[in-house]
Design a protein around this ligand. Structure first.
Ligand code: SF4
Length: 503
């Protein structure tokens, strides 16, 4: 027997994916996953960008798990999804195997898949090798209600963490990182409440610490540590953590800096542990000044000492900004969550930046950055879609478009230099004086390439586009009649769907 979704008798649920519209979500709710989906809807509010427009969201949580020492990751989902996810993980340098529990219509429907998952975690739970095993339900097992919450919480001392990361509940891979970080912090908080926990292997400080929320360039936590030193505060662990024990010291902090503003589930755990959380980050001159004040106030530090910390940091940042100016118009977009911080830095470096789009949602932790940007004439678009980003680029005709791959591709087609945000911008230092000069080199070099873009465009002028793109021996065999006929079918199906929804 094959399980089918409620309104389609002939489409087995295991054959569906990102392209299946609302069917998987309906199926998941029928299968009892409403509480999880409602929580996700609250944590990751949707906007115009309500479906993944880039990579599978589960890549975010998978990467967080793969980066942790002594943590195993197991995926449960369609083979094609798992293939894609493991491929991308290894492309980005995962040096660990990804576990996979395959399924068929039968194991999905009879509940055998859950038993298979349970057997596999029992088999893997070796305390000499692992502190934790993370099991992730992808779209189809989530839609089928495979109940990971019923897995044992611990086997032989190895923690079992089960999460649902469906593309129809988590809009971006950035927010999927929060799903796992939040689940791990919740687990660790329960452990702390239950009794003593092991100390972290890394350095221990007697100063109060500030936990840093969000993956960043490896030197940035050190820069932040140097900025905090005059306040008598140390930089704490970065969440998502690199080992289980760090979760305890992350919770045992004096405050939390939401450097990336979308970690809603993680913040919930810190708030439950009684920790104050501040937003924004020490980027540029004004950003660093405001951030040091916010940290100082949150830790109840004497204003004179905060002034000293600013005096120690700000002149060097001003110098670095002056030494690496950026002149030109830039549009900026991405899906990492750090877009508003980069936008601030670009503007402080002298760039004319009329638009910043982020695929992440609006939260209170980026409100100050958004207000700062808007006061400088920059349009801030949360949950920006690809269409928003491309439209902004076309509207503002920038000297450089920084964005996701399709935005950059579009820019290059138009002869506008483009830089890929994830690899070329977000993977650079951004904080303090080190960040202040770090973007100019790559940004200025890209803008200087405008002449080359124009020459390439002129060279390819007349080469086909859209239907006529590619190499053709003769004229492309266009069939507008077929196309019209197909469009009619699509329109008819859309009308039928709309009518069905009205019933
Ligand atoms: S798991 Fe990822 S790739 Fe697979 S259907 Fe869901 S969103 Fe798409």
């Amino acid at each position: 027997m094959t399980r089918t979704t409620p309104d389609t008798d002939d489409r087995p649920i295991e054959g569906q994916g990102c392209h299946s519209g609302d069917e998987l979500e309906r199926a998941a709710r029928e299968a009892g996953a409403s509480d999880v989906l409602d929580r996700y809807a609250e944590d990751y509010p949707k906007g115009p960008h309500d479906k993944p427009q880039s990579m599978c969201p589960a890549f975010g949580s998978l990467r967080v798990g793969l980066r942790m020492k002594r943590v195993a990751t197991v995926l449960s989902g369609s083979a094609c999804c798992v293939y894609g996810l493991t491929f991308v993980s290894h492309f980005y340098g995962a040096r660990r195997s990804v576990g996979y529990v395959p399924f068929s219509s039968e194991t999905l429907v009879t509940g055998k898949l859950f038993e298979d998952i349970r057997d596999s975690v029992h088999e893997m739970a070796d305390p000499d090798k692992f502190d934790a095993i993370v099991v992730t339900n992808l779209c189809v097992p989530t839609a089928s209600g495979v109940p990971l919450r019923l897995l044992p919480k611990e086997i032989n001392g190895v923690r079992i963490v089960g999460i649902d990361v469906p593309g129809f509940g988590i809009p971006t891979h950035a927010e999927a990182k929060d799903v796992l970080a939040g689940a791990m912090l919740a687990y660790a908080r329960e452990e702390v409440a239950a009794g003593p926990v092991p100390a972290p292997e890394a350095r221990v400080t007697d100063r109060p610490t500030l936990t840093l929320l969000g993956e960043m360039f490896p030197a940035d936590p050190m820069t932040i540590g140097a900025l905090l030193a005059p306040l008598g505060i140390a930089a704490g662990p970065v969440v998502p953590c690199r080992e289980w024990r760090e979760l305890y010291s992350a919770l045992d902090c004096g405050g939390v800096a939401a450097i990336h503003p979308f970690y809603t589930a993680a913040v919930r755990e810190f708030v439950a542990a009684g920790r104050p959380v501040i937003g924004s980050a020490p980027v540029g001159y004004e950003g660093t000044a405001a951030w040091l004040e916010a940290v100082g106030e949150s830790f109840g530090i004497d204003p004179a000492r905060i002034a000293e910390a600013k005096e120690a940091a700000l002149p060097r940042i001003a110098e670095a900004l002056a030494a690496a100016p950026i002149a030109g118009r830039i549009t900026l977009s991405g899906y990492e969550g750090s877009e508003l911080l980069v936008a601030r830095l670009l503007i402080e470096s002298g760039a004319d930046l009329p638009y910043v789009g982020t695929a992440c949602p609006k939260t209170r932790f980026s409100a100050e950055d958004a207000a700062w940007l808007e006061a400088r004439g920059c349009r801030v678009r949360y949950r920006a879609s690809l269409e928003d980003d491309v439209a902004a680029m076309q509207e503002f005709q920038p000297d450089l478009a920084i964005g996701t791959t399709p935005v950059v591709q579009k820019a290059k087609e138009l002869g506008v230099p483009g830089l890929y945000y994830t690899n070329l911008i977000s993977a650079r230092p951004l904080m303090g004086a080190a960040g202040a000069g770090s973007l100019a080199e790559v940004v200025n070099a890209a803008m200087a390439g405008k002449g080359r873009m124009d020459r390439m465009r002129a060279f390819f002028e007349g080469v086909g586009a859209d239907d006529t793109a590619g190499v053709w021996e003769g004229a492309p065999n266009l069939r507008p009649d077929f196309r019209r006929q197909h469009q009619k079918k699509l329109d008819k199906a859309a009308r039928a769907r709309a009518a069905q929804e009205m019933i």
